[in-house]
Design a protein around this ligand. Structure first.
Ligand code: PA5
Length: 411
């Protein structure tokens, strides 16, 4: 099964034939990969087999050296790894746990990582396309310092894997000088579109994730042109149509806390791709049923400036049967089945409030389905951005705050 789109509850998302044809033309252009930063479009099928082999071999070597892999990176160089691993339920048994650093500048957070270095066998995977991002640079220098004390410089270098631009940046220079094992993030693939590059897949491989299946899911959707003409393209068109009708917020909703970081990944992908030139849908995310007890009220009766996108997972492997003590209506039922009733019930209630709802059905939360889902979202962000006539691959707005921070730090 491919990602299935249900727009039964999004009746006002009507788009013209002209918009449909425009979206198909945009997709054809993206596939030609002539524009800057469109390397990700054909990447899952063109990803060299030697890269996959190298990732698996180095992952095995790193697994032999540590029980904690500290993954340093932020934004597109962090969220894909964390989101996929969390949705899969964490590292496979017996594989190193991943610990994240450099995704914030909190001294409190990073001080806590000293204990990890002191009490565990650690390796580091530092991911930065530019090599110069402040958060990752800071975390890398702090953690490297602790590792020098524990292992010495030479042994530390053997425990570091750096993933960066093939040719430029200070991380590339340092890696060459110190002899770190390196992987590349191709020059024509930007951070938030890098889900199928080593920047995301190598740390996943260390955690025991089946990266062949993950990229296999992406390949299956990428290659299927008929799918994009029918099912696939409709999500971008629906989002665009709802935005045109005054819906300015897209609320991503899911019914499992293990998908919280998928929501964060979506926020980064869509927010950074679309939010420019006074345009774009503001992406928000909610975990249900938890957030029904906080934001449920607003959704049902608050200002109608949003639409909902429910990421609906059809099958989850682990489950619990409700015991007798829960009462006759609930006893004997599976918790996953009750959760499915919640999806239906909440959609029915929100439909009564005339909320526009898109439901994305995903078969399960396996590597293969996650590969499909992430690629589906990436293509959607690019096509919607182009329909909005903005460049979905740049992020000029983030430079402003970075410069202000640099000014304050006297850099
Ligand atoms: O999507 C993007 O381009 C950004 O979110 C980057 O991934 C993020 O800023 C980290 O950049 P870098 O990988 O250069 O450290």
């Amino acid at each position: 099964m491919k990602i299935n789109l249900n727009t039964e509850f999004a009746a006002s998302a009507v788009y013209s034939d002209a918009d449909y044809n425009r979206a198909l033309a945009i997709m054809d252009e993206l596939r030609e990969d002539k524009e800057a930063y469109t390397g990700w479009v054909n990447w899952p099928v063109t990803l060299p087999a030697e890269w996959m082999e190298k990732m698996k071999t180095v992952a095995e070597d790193i697994r032999g050296k540590c029980d904690r892999l500290i993954v340093i990176g932020i934004g597109g160089s962090y969220l894909g790894t964390a989101a996929v691993l969390e949705a899969l339920g964490g590292s496979k048994e017996g594989y190193p746990e991943l610990v994240y650093a450099g995704n914030n500048m909190s001294g409190f957070y990073h001080a806590g990582l000293k204990k990890v270095v002191d009490e565990h066998d650690v390796c580091v995977c530092v991911v930065s396309k530019s090599g110069g991002t402040m958060e990752s640079r800071l975390a890398f220098s702090i953690i490297k310092g602790w590792m020098y004390e524990k292992y010495g410089r030479e042994e530390t270098a053997a425990r570091i894997v750096a993933i960066t631009d093939p040719h430029k940046g200070i991380l590339r220079e340092e890696s060459d000088a110190e002899g770190y094992v390196t992987f590349e993030i191709p020059s024509n693939i930007g951070g938030r579109y890098s889900a199928f590059t080593p920047g995301i897949m190598f740390p996943l491989a260390v955690a025991g994730v089946d990266i062949e299946a993950f990229v296999g899911g992406a390949k299956a959707v990428q290659a299927d042109k008929e799918y994009w003409k029918n099912e696939g393209v409709r999500y971008a068109l629906t989002r665009y149509a709802l935005n045109q009708q005054g819906k300015h917020i897209e609320v991503f909703e899911y019914y499992d806390p293990s998908m919280r970081l998928i929501g964060e990944w979506c926020k980064q992908l869509f927010g950074e791709s679309e939010g420019k030139e006074g345009k774009g849908l503001f992406p928000a995310s909610l975990t249900f049923s938890t957030d029904l007890h906080s934001m449920g009220q607003f959704l049902q009766e608050g200002t109608q400036i949003f639409f909902e996108t429910v990421i609906n997972v059809l099958n989850r492997d682990a489950d619990v049967i409700v015991p007798e003590s829960a009462g006759p209506e609930l006893a004997g039922r599976s918790l996953n089945d009750i959760n499915k009733m919640a999806v239906k019930g909440v959609m029915a209630a929100h439909r009564k409030a005339d909320i526009q709802i898109v439901r994305i059905d995903v078969e399960d939360m396996t590597e293969y389905s996650l590969g499909q889902l992430l690629y589906f979202f990436m293509m959607t962000a690019a096509v919607t951005g182009k329909l909005m006539c903005i460049d979905p691959f740049n992020q000029p707005g983030v430079e402003d705050y970075k410069q202000e921070i640099r000014n304050l730090l006297g850099q």
